[in-house]
Ligand binder design. Structure first.
Ligand SMILES: [Zn+2]
Length: 183
């Protein structure tokens, strides 16, 4: 789910709230798919998301000796794919359209390009995927998914995106009501 309803241009200025310091997870933003002019700002934001998820879900990443996880912008043709559209965490074989730095068999995080102009979207998508990484990216089910959504919503609050969190809850609730034909 995306926060597309949030006005594009939700830019941060100054220091980013949230947890700083050493995280057990390190995210490396891909230099090929993230624009060079915003790479430092977005890497700083990603570091804080990683530290926040580390606090919310303590412990080391299961079964992983990877020093860092590559995070890239998924190609546009992945959008709306029937299976596994972005945001998604990949662990297996290389997928058509991945950037050069992506290595098969490693944990890779693919985000939607909506994260580029919208920092709240980046926090939400990356927090969600890092929650999956922390809980073991080899497995997924409704309980894991629920916890990952909860962690990403909490990350929005902790990092100062309370308005985006409220909007996400409204969108989520309306989507659920539509699924059950109550709206
Ligand atoms: Zn998920």
């Amino acid at each position: 789910m995306h926060l597309s309803a949030i006005a594009v241009g939700f830019f941060l200025s100054g220091a980013v709230p949230g947890y700083a310091g050493t995280a057990t997870m390190h995210v490396k933003l891909d230099r090929e798919t993230f624009p060079p002019k915003s790479l430092i700002t977005l890497q700083n934001l990603a570091d804080r998301v990683a530290a926040t998820i580390d606090r919310l879900i303590p412990g080391r990443v299961t079964k992983s000796n990877q020093p860092e996880f590559l995070c890239y912008i998924a190609p546009d043709f992945w959008r709306g794919a029937a299976y596994d559209p972005p945001p998604i965490t990949l662990i297996g074989a290389a997928r058509l359209g991945e950037p050069k730095a992506a290595r098969a068999g490693t944990v890779r995080i693919a985000l939607d390009s909506l994260v580029l102009p919208n920092h709240a979207e980046l926090v939400y998508e990356l927090a969600h995927e890092l929650a999956h990484v922390k809980m073991d990216p080899r497995y997924d089910n409704y309980l894991v998914e629920t916890l990952a959504v909860a962690a990403s919503l909490e990350a929005l609050t902790v990092m100062g995106f309370e308005q985006a969190r409220k909007m996400t809850l409204t969108i989520t609730r309306n989507n659920c009501l539509k699924v059950f034909k109550l709206l």
